[in-house]
Design a protein around this ligand. Structure first.
Ligand SMILES: [Zn+2]
Length: 202
């Protein structure tokens, strides 16, 4: 049985090491692993001995090890399967690089069966406006991100959903927009530094 959690503003800024440590204690975990996130397509399999690795997705089979992905508009995406869990930080760049499908491939390589993913609080399709040029570029690469060319805002949630569903992953979305809901940190809403997190453990 895995455990999934999405923190909000109430959980504090999880860039802060003291907040991370008190969260680890609250969750009764031996390790709570955060990533040094760089919008890469790097997935790491971890067992708790890693510190803060530079990557954008984590996978583990170890009990007592919780995985965390920070975000404040980007999507924290959790993955569960029998005996394996994963987490990914998916923004526009990570979506194009396929960090979410790469997380699934890594889990399958470790013997995962049926995988379920949950898209955490993130900026929604109504709010994520980009330049018309970027809209054209991204929707050409991932058509499911399209909304309308008048609005030129991107639907990142539909984008990752289509990538994952094509791999047979069942996808849920908590349906919370970080820009519209003041309980959450939002980069576009002015929280340039603070981050909440998605967290998963076996
Ligand atoms: Zn929104």
């Amino acid at each position: 049985m895995s455990r999934t959690l999405f923190t909000s503003r109430d959980g504090g800024d999880l860039k802060d090491f003291a907040r991370r440590e008190s969260l680890r204690v609250d969750l009764s975990m031996d390790h709570l692993i955060f990533m040094h996130q760089t919008h890469s397509d790097l997935v790491l399999v971890v067992d708790g001995s890693e510190g803060e690795p530079q990557c954008d997705a984590l996978v583990t089979r170890s009990k007592g090890v919780a995985l965390a992905a920070m975000a404040a508009d980007c999507m924290p995406v959790t993955f569960t399967s029998e005996g394996v869990v994963g987490i990914a930080h998916v923004g526009r760049v990570g979506l194009v690089k396929g960090i979410a499908p790469k997380t699934v491939e890594t889990m399958l390589g470790l013997g995962a069966g049926k995988i379920t993913a949950i898209i955490g609080p993130s900026i929604c399709a109504r709010c994520y406006e980009v330049s018309p040029e970027m809209y054209e570029e991204i929707t050409a690469l991932i058509p499911s991100t399209a909304t309308s060319s008048d609005l030129h805002s991107l639907d990142l949630q539909s984008g990752v959903k289509s990538q994952l569903e094509s791999l047979g992953v069942a996808v849920k979305d908590v349906g919370i927009c970080t820009l519209e809901n003041s309980d959450y940190f939002s980069f576009r809403g002015g929280d340039l530094s603070a981050r909440q997190a998605g967290i998963i453990s076996l």
